[in-house]
Design a binder for this molecule. Structure first.
Ligand code: ADP
Length: 659
């Protein structure tokens, strides 16, 4: 079944929207999730950085306090070392104490005003390396001397190949520089001793300069650092910076894992959504097809002109279609669920109807249908032709009876009318033909009777002659006999025709029939000064009733002659044509007569329609019946070749083969 595709159904459009909603929802959810992840990561980073900064500040402060504490102690020592007697002892005792409490100090030296070491704790060996260091220290010494206050040296590499800074504290007696104290801080030792363990558990601590050159480091992990923070390391200054870095943590991997699993899950959800969508689309398509099918069936049901009625096995009505309701006048609600006797059963036929109902229920209904009289709601009776069939459900079970009901009242009435008309027609046809034959007979008999009369006069004249021999009389009498026989034949032919009841089709030569008819009408045509032209080729034998065909031809020719009674003499021409056209013979009778007005064209074949004073108006209707009986057609056209501009062309066809 083909169901035309409809524009997008509102239901489907809604479904599309419904299907799109979860997708939008999922996209939004994903976006929100990613945003949340990003925010979390961002705020965590922020927090980590804040903690880092705080810790760095704390460390820097711690180191500063410590270094400042040491500086203060050395300054105090420098003040106390002014007294010459106590100098040595004070230096030894306090330095030893300081070295003990501040393990980050590797050495404390006492220098004379020229920068030469007077004493040093712990002691040192004077070697090449020490000289290099001494040079370096000399610069710092000079700066301190100039500044007159404790200063730190620039970082340099000590004998242990480590970066180190020195703190130089001048010893003044009044305003005279009498020496200098020097404390060495190997930077690595500073970090090792002053950065607590827990700090290095969290961070990598480095001392770098502005160019990121590494001077010292304390870490318990090597590797790339995630985040770092630097602040100036002052004291000792000189562009040194404290750089603290976070260790790379596992959170990144965790986060990536989390993101990947979210993506995976989202993919899964999308996939399942797609499956659901596919499923829903399929079911929507199926629903659509079902709806179209249902609509198609309903439309088919509504447009059926045949009444349909379904009953269950007990005879209870379970379904009636609109045509059945229209036929009976009852609504579907009035009929459905109704049990016998039905409201449309005619009371006077109740017994018959009941018996037929029982037969149907027993499965004995005639397979070629049965006729029955039903009653409409308004009491009107109608004849119905009913076909009963088993109602089989989807599981193949016999669940009831399905009937198709045809209202045949009209058909029966029409058939009866047609039968009556046919009878009437045949009767009238006979009469008309009789009339026509009678006039032909009169005309035809005229000749032999006139001949007989004149021969008779001749014979009588001969009898007056006394010398009459029998031999003289004989030929005249013989001629009288011939003419009498001819008249007899004519009468027999008419008699045959009138007696004839059943039309009989037998092979007949149309050419001969036409010739005979021309013979019939010629005298009349001559009288009316009408020329007749006929062009008849050799035609095969046709299965036809010869007399009937004659009747048609005679009628058409007579009508043509009647139509030309007003036509100017030179144009009075009746033309007869016959030719083979495919599987049929086409015969036309044309005239240059008055023609047929458009308004009467449709009535021509109605019985008793005539425009003539003495006409009966049955000729053409008989002609058409005869031609249709022969499975041919008869119709009229305007004569296109008429010189007068009017004129008619009657055409009839006859099949070459009998069907
Ligand atoms: P009738 O000849 O007795 O009138 P027909 O049935 O033969 O009955 O013809 C019906 C009518 O058709 C005629 O009265 C006439 O008006 C019209 N008719 C038939 N043949 C012709 C024709 N060749 N030309 C014009 N009118 C015609």
């Amino acid at each position: 079944m083909h169901v035309p595709s409809s524009p997008l159904h509102p239901e489907r459009r809604r479904l599309r929207w419904l299907l799109a909603l979860p997708k939008f929802g999922m996209i939004l959810l994903m976006a929100a999730l990613f945003a949340l992840l990003w925010l979390l990561q961002h705020s965590e980073k922020e927090e980590q950085r804040n903690i880092l900064i705080k810790d760095v500040l704390w460390l820097e402060q711690n180191l500063r306090f410590h270094l400042e504490g040491n500086r203060d102690l050395l300054q105090q020592l420098a003040v106390d070392m002014v007294s010459p007697q106590e100098r040595d002892r004070l230096f030894r005792v306090r330095s030893t104490h300081l070295l003990k409490n501040s393990p980050e100090i590797s050495q404390i030296s006492w220098l004379d005003p020229l920068g030469r070491p007077l004493a040093s704790l712990p002691g040192y060996e004077a070697n090449e390396e020490q000289r290099r260091i001494a040079e370096h220290r000399a610069r710092a010494f000079e700066i301190t001397r100039k500044l007159g206050k404790p200063t730190y040296s620039e970082p340099y590499t000590n004998s242990a190949r480590e970066s180190q800074v020195d703190l130089l504290v001048p010893i003044y007696d009044e305003a005279h520089l009498i020496g200098m104290l020097l404390a060495s801080y190997p930077l690595n030792d500073l970090l090792t001793n002053q950065v607590p363990w827990w700090f290095t558990e969290k961070y990598k601590v480095e001392i770098v300069d502005d160019n990121d050159t590494l001077y010292a480091t304390k870490t318990h992990l090597e590797g790339v650092n995630a985040d770092s923070y630097q602040i100036p390391f002052e004291p000792p200054g000189h562009g040194l910076r404290l750089k603290v870095s976070n260790y790379p943590n596992d959170q990144g991997i965790l986060q990536r894992l989390l993101t990947a699993s979210i993506l995976l899950l989202a993919g899964g959800v999308f996939w399942s959504l797609w499956l659901v969508r596919d499923l829903m689309q399929k079911s929507s398509r199926a629903e659509q097809a079902l709806r179209a099918e249902h609509a198609f069936r309903a439309a088919m049901e509504d447009s059926l002109t045949v009444g349909m009625r379904a009953r269950d096995l007990n005879g209870r009505v379970i379904y009636v279609n609109p045509a059945f309701c229209k036929m009976t006048g009852f609504s579907a609600e009035e009929l459905v669920d109704h049990e016998p006797p039905m409201p449309y059963w005619a009371p006077e036929h109740l017994d018959d109807t009941q018996a037929m109902h029982q037969a149907v229920m027993a499965g004995l209904a005639p397979s070629d249908g049965f006729e029955i009289t039903f009653m409409r709601k308004n009491g009107e009776r109608f004849r119905a032709l009913v076909y009963e069939a088993k109602l089989i459900d989807g599981n193949g079970r016999h669940t009831g009876w399905m009937a198709s009901v045809l209202d045949i009242t009209e058909r029966e009435r029409a058939e009866e009318l047609a039968r009556q008309q046919q009878e009437q027609l045949q009767f009238t046809a006979r009469l008309v033909t009789l009339g026509e034959m009678a006039s032909t007979l009169a005309h035809e008999l005229n000749q032999p009777l006139a001949a007989i009369a004149s021969y008779n006069t001749g014979c009588l004249n001969l009898l007056n002659n006394d010398n009459l021999s029998c031999a003289e009389l004989k030929p005249a009498l013989e001629k009288i006999g011939v003419q009498a026989q001819r008249a007899g034949k004519i009468i027999r032919r008419v008699h045959d025709f009138v007696r004839k009841s059943e039309p009989k089709r037998a092979p007949c030569a149309l050419g001969e029939v036409i010739d005979d008819c021309l013979g019939f009408v010629e005298p009349e045509a001559r009288k009316r000064q009408i020329r007749i032209e006929a062009s008849i080729p050799d035609l095969p034998l046709l299965p036809a009733d010869r007399l009937m065909l004659e009747q048609v031809l005679l009628n058409l020719m007579r009508n043509a002659m009647d139509a030309m009674c007003e036509t100017p003499l030179p144009h009075r021409l009746l033309r007869l044509n016959a030719r083979i056209d495919g599987s049929e013979v086409r015969v036309s009778v044309s005239d240059n007569g008055c023609g047929i007005a458009a308004e009467i064209k449709d009535k021509l074949y109605t019985a008793f329609f005539t425009t003539k004073q003495e006409g009966m108006g049955v000729g053409l209707s008989i002609c058409r019946s005869i031609i249709e009986f022969h499975r041919g057609r008869l119709w009229a056209e305007n004569n296109p070749d008429s010189p007068t501009g009017s004129g008619t062309l009657f055409i009839f066809t006859l099949p070459l083969e009998s069907t």
